[in-house]
Ligand binder design. Structure first.
Ligand code: GAL
Length: 950
């Protein structure tokens, strides 16, 4: 094989009719520009990218592309290596061209291409010459095929995957279909190797002592099966007289039994993500190191399944899935979602004229990837509605490859699929679906219902990871684990598809739909991943990892023992994990040690006793915390030994001791000063600040800005908040009077237009010269029709933030419905850890369960301790109004102040951008709340050293 990747010549025309017919296939093209292959031309300075989701970027007028259809002409002059030419046949292979091309070699038209994310091969035996070959490819950005390639992603045309020349010998192996079955009853494997070759072929598996003729059933004896947890591969060689093909076999059996998804006889749980190929500079162009890094990052976060949304990825990705261990739904390159806007009229899925195109795509997907054990299901495509062409695809797959299951979410009746798949089904509906196989079916159930009830259920998309979120993952997972029928799900989606543009000023800015002047676009709906485009984990990924962690640990409240749950489907705990425990009192480690790992098989639980030192009572000032952690004992390709596989805690908060008020408050400079006009503080000690004001609002998250699937009759919560003026509340001082050595301030904070308000009763009592105690009581006024985003005390310190030291839940941000990973600890957050650098700015960065925190600024620190309940703390260099007004992260400018919110309570975040909104139990309905705090000015360096850096 010889790669033809590299620098080619390129010319762009604005339309097919404008593309010159000037002998470009063979003439000298030194006047053309240079372009990289593989690449997307609109990320190489030719035109601009465009993003749209469901809407087609041009009129729905099938099968016609628009006149304004960018045409890229490519040319490469090359010499064929002598040993390639010496072979009897040669092939030219393209791994991906978006969207359609005609391919010429030495003035001869080889053919045309369709199927952007599929392989195309041309036999060039009669056309190739030893030297000075002229390869010419004319690529149209849009074509008839665009109607069935309308996935939610950027429009990125060009030769974007590898190009290669293949030499083929006389006795060639033209195709191999390798089926490696595993019988869980006997532990034995069987190989069936169908070979299309010129002449006889043999199959060799040296490790198993196999050397047998192809096309026969080959018993392999006892083998170690392949699973995503134990990705055991055996080297297989298929050989003819002239050619040796090296492959890797994974022995496994995929089945559906009793509405359960089984592999090797055992039920599996898909802890999945949807993965698009995306790089902020390169788009969908593959890079082996990046792809591996992506999958390793997934493995580190306990993700064990990938849906290749919504097309087959670069072929080498499949090797990585096999090697690292992932359950894969390999999806055909097919989506006709644009027809939704015309009521699905003319949808190709139901039009016989498109049947061959549909079957062609499916066959090419299956043929390309059929030998990968990681692939357990073939997906017909995404959001192509219904129709006979999809059924025909399914029929073909079932006939060709009965060893895997057929998936398609759009088959609403589950008539031609093997799994019941849905996207964004609510918690309530997931419960119903789970229950369906528990309850007896009604007597009058029709055949479709009966068949559906025999299928396992999965969510091919759920929990839309857009912006701050997704909320509600734990509740989903509880249901997934409760019902045997449920085989898990795939979070939408792995990576934010931002495109980075470095301006003339040298600044790199992340952009989304509409930023390139598109006439039709879907804004930032493409920024919805668990990791940023630069692969920084978003908080949602950290919480997802905790929700799906392979080891669940519950520390008993009395600290006598620990309940350990093995959530793997195949691995045992012993031999895989080590258990450590640690007791920390007020940040200092008092005792720690190892616990014996109990014998515990997959999906089972065990109890382990804790040593005496974990329980003896000790006086803590802040908190007494026992943490039990399960770590991996062996190094893995994705992590060193010691990688955390699960953790649990018991936290005992100290009973806060209220400090005595100043003995003689009048003699010294008072610890705080209160503005007689507003009732706000103007300083604590010598730290200048303003506040607190009462805050009910947050800068809307993407989820707050969208209509929730479970509240389709209501506007988005952000609109509801705005409609009642929650973002513009104004204070009215009701009372300011001295009281028992302090000052009582009563403020009513009301929403304009309405009579809605919150009354705050704040009693300030100085404690020494630099501290003040606050006893605050809040009462809602009026009938609040909507939940509050939060109830908080908002302070603005007149100095830029420098970080936070805190004792509380962290180190990552968390919200009431997005919190699984947050553990109690003593954390040191740097300025960059305070808020998330969202592409689309929104509320972020809240830390919950805080009992003691020092907000560090350029002018010293403000320590906030609770004397009653823990609070949630948000510290930001930006005001909420500035965040809500900005459309891109890079538009936000710090105002030199530190914006601090001490929230008594908050609403969750939900996943309304796709799916349910904030679950009722996580909504902060208007209610009376109170808190007592100690606020104190501290020197920035005087704050206690934390033990756990964030
Ligand atoms: C789904 C679709 C995905 C993506 C998601 C929203 O309906 O399958 O491709 O568009 O919604 O981000």
């Amino acid at each position: 094989m010889q790669s033809l990747n590299g620098s080619w010549r390129f010319r762009l025309s604005p339309a097919l009719r404008a593309a010159p017919d000037d002998g470009w296939q063979t003439r000298a093209v030194d006047d053309w520009d240079a372009i990289d292959v593989p690449a997307h031309w609109n990320l190489q300075g030719f035109g601009a990218p465009a993003y749209s989701n469901v809407q087609m970027p041009f009129p729905v007028d099938p099968p016609h592309p628009p006149d304004a259809n960018p045409i890229g002409d490519y040319r490469l002059d090359f010499d064929a290596p002598a040993d390639v030419v010496a072979h009897p046949r040669q092939l030219l292979r393209f791994d991906g061209i978006e969207s359609a091309a005609e391919v010429w070699l030495n003035g001869a038209l080889l053919g045309t291409t369709r199927g952007s994310r599929l392989t195309h091969e041309f036999d060039v035996t009669d056309v190739l010459v030893p030297t000075a070959n002229r390869l010419a490819v004319r690529v149209a950005q849009f074509s008839d095929a665009t109607y069935i390639e309308n996935q939610d992603m950027w429009w990125l045309p060009g030769i974007f995957r590898d190009v290669a020349l293949l030499a083929r010998p006389a006795a060639a192996v033209d195709d191999v279909q390798l089926v490696a079955d595993f019988d869980p009853a006997t532990g034995e494997g069987t190989l069936s190797v169908r070979v299309r070759a010129t002449g006889a072929a043999r199959v060799l598996v040296p490790e198993l002592g196999i050397d047998a003729p192809a096309d026969e059933r080959i018993p392999a004896g006892e083998v170690e099966p392949w699973t995503a947890e134990t990705p055991r591969l055996y080297d297989v060689v298929v050989r003819t007289a002239d050619e040796t093909v090296s492959m890797r076999a994974g022995f496994r059996r995929v089945e559906v039994r009793d509405a359960q998804l089984l592999v090797n006889g055992a039920p599996i749980m898909l802890r999945g993500v949807n993965r698009h190929e995306h790089h902020p500079e390169r788009g969908r162009v593959f890079d082996a190191a990046d792809a591996r890094a992506d999958l390793l990052l997934m493995k580190r976060h306990h993700i064990n399944a990938v849906r290749t949304s919504h097309y087959p990825p670069h072929p080498d990705t499949l090797d990585l899935f096999d090697e690292l261990g992932f359950w894969v739904i390999d999806e055909c390159d097919l989506e006709s979602h644009g027809f939704e806007h015309v009521g699905w009229s003319g949808n190709p899925s139901a039009d016989p004229r498109w049947r061959d195109a549909y079957l062609d795509r499916m066959r090419r997907t299956v043929h390309r990837d059929k030998n990968h054990p990681s692939v357990i299901m073939w997906s017909l495509g995404n959001e192509a509605h219904e129709g006979a062409n999809l059924e025909a695809m399914s029929r073909w797959v079932k006939g060709f490859d009965p060893t895997r299951l057929v998936h398609y979410e759009g088959d609403r009746g589950s008539r031609y699929v093997d799994v019941y798949s849905r996207m964004y089904a609510s918690h309530a509906e997931v419960r119903e679906i789970g229950q369906e196989t528990v309850d007896a079916l009604p007597y009058d159930a029709d055949a479709d219902t009966v068949r559906r009830a025999s299928l396992p259920f999965l969510q091919c998309e759920f929990a839309h990871a857009m912006g701050t979120g997704p909320g509600g993952l734990e509740e989903y997972w509880d249901l997934f684990e409760r019902y045997p029928r449920i085989a898990g799900g795939f979070v939408w989606e792995w990576v934010e598809q931002a495109i980075a543009v470095t301006g003339d000023d040298g600044v790199r800015r992340l952009r989304y739909g509409g930023d390139f002047g598109e006439a039709v676009h879907d804004g930032n709906y493409v920024i919805d991943g668990l990791v940023s485009a630069d692969r920084e984990p978003r908080p949602g990924l950290l919480h997802y990892a905790a929700v799906i962690a392979p080891v669940r640990i519950d520390v008993a409240g009395d600290r006598t023992g620990v309940r350990i749950e093995n959530r793997w489907d195949f691995l045992r705990l012993e031999g895989q994990v080590a258990l450590t425990w640690e007791r920390r009192v007020d940040g200092r480690v008092l005792a720690s040690g190892e616990l014996a790992v109990p014998a515990c098989g997959p999906r089972l639980r065990a109890e382990v006793a804790l040593p005496h030192e974990a329980r003896v009572s000790i006086e803590a000032a802040v908190a007494d915390v026992v943490t039990v952690t399960a770590v991996g004992v062996g190094a893995q390709p994705w992590a060193d030994a010691g990688h955390v596989l699960g953790a649990g805690q018991s936290v005992v908060h100290a009973v806060a001791v209220a400090p005595a008020p100043s003995a003689d408050a009048s003699s010294a400079r008072p610890a705080c000063e209160i503005d007689a006009v507003t009732g706000e503080l103007t300083r604590i000690g010598s730290l200048p600040l303003r506040g607190p004001s009462v805050g009910l609002w947050r800068a809307p998250t993407d989820n707050d800005l969208d209509v929730a699937d479970d509240e389709l009759d209501l506007p988005p919560v952000a609109t509801r908040w705005r409609d009642i003026g929650m973002d513009r509340m104004v204070p009215r001082l009701q009372q300011l009077s001295p009281e028992s050595g302090g000052t009582r301030v009563r403020v009513r904070t009301g929403a304009p237009i309405t009579g809605l308000a919150v009354d705050a009763d704040l009693l300030w009592t100085p404690v020494g010269e630099r501290a003040v105690r606050l006893d605050a009581v809040f009462d809602p006024v009026g009938r609040w029709p909507h939940a509050w985003a939060r109830l908080g005390l908002d302070l603005v310190i007149e100095a830029a933030p420098a970080g936070v030291r805190m004792a509380g839940l962290g180190p990552m941000p968390s919200y009431p419905d997005m919190r699984a990973a947050a553990r109690f600890g003593w954390y040191d957050l740097g300025p960059a850890d305070l808020v998330v650098d969202d592409v689309f700015p929104q509320e972020s960065g809240s830390r919950r369960g805080v009992v003691d925190a020092t907000v560090l600024t350029a002018r010293g620190g403000l320590r906030v301790r609770t004397l009653s309940e823990p609070f949630a703390l948000t510290v930001s260099p930006f005001s909420r109004a500035a965040i809500a007004a900005a459309r891109h992260g890079w538009e936000l400018e710090a105002d030199g102040r530190t914006h601090v919110s001490v929230d008594l309570a908050q609403s969750g975040v939900g996943t309304a951008t796709c799916g349910p909104g904030i679950l009722p139990r996580h909504r902060l309905t208007a209610r009376p709340l109170s808190i007592s705090l100690l606020l104190e000015q501290v020197d920035a360096d005087a704050a206690e050293e934390p033990d756990e850096p964030a």
